[in-house]
Design a protein around this ligand. Structure first.
Ligand code: F6R
Length: 357
């Protein structure tokens, strides 16, 4: 039930801190240590390469997951769109492990790949919000998201839950290999949950920013570098699917290779600047588009902020910034759609669960 909320999407955005805390609880043993299935640990440890396969928002979460697994567990990861993977299977490594990420667990494009993977005799792990779903039943292993039912067509809490569970999986895999990490995922996720709450408490600000930048425009750009780029892809998907604004996420450095031609007087450009090591470069990109007339809106963190930034995020561990930086983008999409009189929870042409290929 959506209770006092006008839309499921807003309710689900607000639930994210609780979902993260629930994930902490579910993946913790009595001593407060990380708890994960031994079989899953074994499957991860045995793999010489991981293939993440997913669609839409779950694919976007997979892009962040690749970074987490490669950085912490030191296993190469490829991320693939399910509908393309079916025709374009890359050369597989000797001991591949497939990870299917799917909120619903019913996405036909992903299932088609799972069927093929099983036919070839490979192992598969499904990360899903729906226990007993097709992708969960047909894979060898399942990790649950514990996010509670997601009703709004636009996925929000499942995305952050997917990243949180991928972080836990990455740490567990690292430890299984004897890799020492200076990162306690349960503690760091608790900090994330509080940071999310700080942001969901700033709805007036988000609504104002949405009205200022997105109330009349036909298009919008999201730019970022490093992991911010992946969050930009998710932010632009959210915006386009519910507000029907043509929105694109771009890597900051790629703009000058073509896309900057689209920038005109008043084009909204939302820039994520949460990563210290690329802060100067993304700031440079913001200046480039501003010089061509763009209306720029910078979202930064306490560590990267600069004068004039519109939203400053609370500090969390650098591995986990996507969990926090996506929240304002979800809220911007929500308020943009609301002020453009769109049907937020049921956007046109879309279904919650895509069960056809
Ligand atoms: C976007 C959205 C879709 C889904 C995609 C995959 O907000 O919800 O892009 O992420 O259809 O669905 P699942 O995760 O159920 O496989």
């Amino acid at each position: 039930e959506k209770g006092t909320y006008p839309h499921y999407m807003l309710k689900e955005i607000d639930e994210q801190p609780f979902v993260i805390r629930n994930i902490i609880k579910q993946y913790q043993n009595e001593e407060g240590n990380l708890k994960l299935d031994d079989d899953i640990r074994g499957a991860m440890k045995d793999a010489d390469r991981i293939y993440i396969v997913a669609c839409g928002t779950s694919y976007n979460a997979g892009l962040v997951g690749k970074q987490l697994i490669e950085n912490m567990a030191n296993i190469p990861v490829e991320v693939h769109i399910a509908s393309e993977f079916v025709y374009n299977m890359p050369l597989l490594s000797k001991k591949p492990l497939f990870i299917f990420i799917s909120q619903s667990g019913e996405t036909a494009d992903s299932r088609a790949v799972l069927v093929e993977v099983k036919r070839l005799g490979h192992k598969a792990l499904t990360i899903t919000n729906v226990p007993g779903s097709t992708l969960s039943r047909e894979a060898d292993h399942t990790l649950h998201l514990y996010a509670g039912p997601e009703i709004a067509v636009a996925s929000t809490k499942a995305y952050t839950a997917q990243i949180a569970v991928l972080a836990i999986l990455a740490v567990d895999t690292a430890r299984a290999q004897g890799i020492e990490l200076d990162f306690n995922p349960l503690q760091e996720l608790a900090i994330v949950a509080n940071a999310m709450e700080t942001l969901t408490d700033q709805k007036e600000t988000m609504e104002r920013v949405a009205q200022e930048y997105l109330s009349v425009t036909r298009n919008a750009f999201f730019i970022g570098r490093a992991v911010d780029y992946f969050v930009c892809l998710e932010g632009s998907l959210k915006l386009k699917e519910i507000s029907y604004i043509q929105a694109e996420g771009f890597a900051g450095g790629e703009l000058k290779h073509g896309t900057i031609a689209l920038i005109e007087e008043g084009t909204p450009v939302i820039a994520l600047a949460t990563q210290e090591h690329v802060n100067l470069s993304i700031r440079g990109n913001v200046k480039e588009v501003a010089a061509r007339g763009a209306d720029t809106c910078v979202i930064s963190t306490e560590a990267t902020k600069d004068e004039g930034d519109r939203i400053v995020l609370p500090e969390v561990h650098e591995y986990l910034t996507p969990l926090v930086s996506v929240v304002p983008l979800q809220l911007l999409a929500y308020y943009a759609a609301l002020h453009r009189d769109c049907d937020v929870d049921k956007p046109r042409n879309l279904a919650k669960s895509v069960t056809v290929e």
